[in-house]
Design a protein around this ligand. Structure first.
Ligand SMILES: [Fe+2]
Ligand SMILES: [Fe+2]
Length: 150
């Protein structure tokens, strides 16, 4: 199998410490699945690692949504809908593997979650980054946020 680890790099940075830390943690959890697939994974280990990854994704999305509310992010609703869609899609993917998950499915699992994670960071989270750059991100207190008319 030639699907390698993911490495954190600057182009993934959103510029909000808590959210960047969340993305780093997701990459780390993804890499644990990669490691397992290359080191004689058992099916129960693989299921457990996938579950940890998705559970942490859910936690990260919630933190990101709280942050978006805090800074009055204008695309909050569409971004949250995308989070909901991603979680549902991941759950459906896991359900489809269901009891029939085989170790030979490892490559498909890795490809799926790699795309799942990187595409979202590079599209929706990137827009959040652009907003932060324009309006000051965590420094955008309600009083300083143009959305409030101040
Ligand atoms: Fe997001
Ligand atoms: Fe994110």
């Amino acid at each position: 199998m030639n699907i390698g680890r993911l490495e954190w790099s600057d182009h993934l940075r959103i510029g909000v410490g808590q959210l960047d830390d969340g993305h780093k943690e997701l990459i780390d959890l993804y890499n644990r699945i990669v490691w397992l697939c290359g080191n004689s994974a058992t099916l129960s280990d693989l299921r457990e690692r996938i579950r940890s990854f998705v559970n942490y994704g859910r936690h990260h999305f919630r933190e990101e949504e709280e942050y978006m509310i805090e800074v009055h992010y204008p695309d909050y609703i569409s971004h949250k809908l995308e989070h909901d869609r991603l979680l549902q899609d991941a759950e459906d993917f896991i359900d489809n593997l269901g009891g029939s998950l085989q170790l030979s499915d490892s490559e498909a699992v890795l490809k799926y979650f790699r795309y799942w994670l990187l595409r979202h960071i590079a599209t929706d989270d990137k827009k959040l980054k652009d907003f932060n750059v324009a309006f000051g991100g965590m420094n955008a207190t309600p009083a300083a946020n143009p959305a409030n008319g101040n």
